[in-house]
Design a protein around this ligand. Structure first.
Ligand SMILES: [Zn+2]
Ligand SMILES: [Zn+2]
Length: 438
């Protein structure tokens, strides 16, 4: 996008305005001034900074254009060698100039001080990783986004950008978000090292948001129960945290009665702590939209398909909201299989209902074949035990499962191929299926 040079008259007017701002700044009483001085200075600094930043954007663009053919990083280089920036800072500046190339309205607003580089950084972060189509769709909304950027705090605006990018990506490719979580799961890791100088051992755990939420829930529940026990009363917060983490890792239950008390609200029937996920009804029943809320209690975004899977899980507490923000549904009433239903399912199924799976019933989640959020009942005829891996296939993997009244199950791959069609009740005696009393 070529930058159009301002006319001489515009430039003169802008320069005169900037000179006035600079004079005010130079003469501001920054020692004895009142609140009005503080407000005026920050407003003027923003104006000056916007102007300087927009010049830097243009210079970055020029640096890129002047680069010798094939040289990468030309846009970053002058930021490092002349601008005194870190590598990360230089990259952020180059990303900002990309945003301005795609969204020229934002460049204008930057030069006038209406938006700041923090707004541009929020846009850059949101569009990173988007496909070309999705990026174009995002750019088409620059009018609307700019209107919000002018009035919203940067944090609110950043969230808006993130949600907009997410809604666009999932409209273009429903699988993209689920694929990202799959990648995050695969990239999760634990690293350990010993710091020779202090003699301390380090353990760094990097986890996808779903399992990180589960870890934090387990840790929080353990901290809460330790806080209630007398032994911990003279321990520092750090000490309690460490002790709780070791409890969780070593599977130590703790100190009897106090654990049970503290766990009453935070732990579910199985004794495992609950994770909470927050989702709005429209996202759950129809998929991600422009104002979706679909995240862990800590505000980490989750794919809608993942939240739907978590809703099958007894250890997860979904909080479903209306579009207006009020809570529509909390908890497991009518959603999760009862003990009697679990027993009946265990009688019919030795384990996971996937044809090639040998995982036992004990480790399975009870899946709603027709999801409860689409009207599926918590009836035996709609419930099927699935292990974690195959539960993932059902929700995030794009597979379709159908269950007939006599528990014949049909697995259809995302490409439409039927992979399995047969009885899933593997405890029934071999031979002719006995269809029971007429
Ligand atoms: Zn499920
Ligand atoms: Zn399985």
């Amino acid at each position: 996008m070529p930058h159009t040079a301002p006319t001489t008259a515009d430039a003169t007017a802008e320069f005169a305005d900037l000179l006035r701002v600079m004079n005010r700044l130079a003469s501001a009483d920054l020692v004895n001034g009142g609140r009005d001085v503080v407000d005026a200075v920050f407003t003027d600094v923003r104006r000056m900074r916007g102007w300087v930043d927009s010049i830097e954007v243009q210079a970055t663009r020029l640096a890129r254009r002047l680069r010798p053919a094939g040289e990468s990083g030309a846009a970053e280089q002058p930021h490092i060698s002349r601008g005194g920036r870190s590598t990360a800072g230089a990259r952020a500046a180059a990303d900002r100039s990309d945003v301005c190339d795609q969204m020229p309205l934002f460049e204008q607003a930057l030069s006038g001080g209406d938006v700041t580089t923090d707004h541009l950084d929020a846009v850059a972060r949101a569009v990173k990783g988007l496909s070309l189509d999705a990026r174009n769709a995002f750019t088409e909304r620059q009018d609307d986004l700019l209107r919000h950027a002018r009035t919203e705090s940067v944090d609110t605006f950043a969230r808006r950008c993130r949600d907009t990018a997410r809604a666009i990506a999932s409209q273009l490719d429903a699988r993209a978000e689920a694929d990202r979580l799959t990648r995050q799961r695969r990239n999760s890791k634990v690293r350990q090292w010993l710091d020779q100088s202090t003699g301390m051992g380090h353990t760094h755990i990097e986890l996808d948001p779903e399992r990180h939420a589960a870890l934090l829930a387990a840790l929080d529940a353990r901290v809460a129960s330790r806080r209630q026990s007398d032994h911990s009363s003279d321990m520092s917060f750090n000490e309690v945290q460490v002790a709780a983490l070791l409890d969780v890792l070593t599977g130590r239950g703790g100190d009897g009665a106090s654990t049970a008390d503290a766990g009453a609200s935070a732990e579910s029937r199985s004794g495992l702590p609950e994770i909470s996920v927050i989702v709005d009804w429209r996202t759950l029943s129809q998929g991600v939209h422009a104002s979706s809320v679909c995240e862990t209690i800590d505000g980490i975004a989750l794919p809608a398909q993942t939240v739907a899977r978590l809703c099958c899980d007894a250890e997860v507490l979904p909080v479903v909201m209306r579009g207006t923000g009020e809570v529509l549904h909390v908890g497991r009433s009518r959603r999760v299989a009862t003990r009697a239903q679990r027993r009946a399912l265990a009688t019919m199924h030795r384990g996971c209902a996937h044809p090639n799976c040998t995982r036992r019933f004990r480790v399975c989640q009870i899946h709603h074949v027709v999801p409860w959020e689409r009207g599926g009942a918590t009836d035996l005829s709609n419930l099927l035990p699935l292990c974690t891996e195959h539960h993932h296939l059902a929700h995030e993997g794009g597979w379709t499962i159908e269950l007939s009244d006599d528990r014949y199950v049909r697995w259809t791959a995302p490409d439409g191929a039927v992979i399995h069609d047969g009885s899933s009740a593997d405890r029934s005696p071999p031979g002719e299926p006995d269809r029971g009393p007429p």
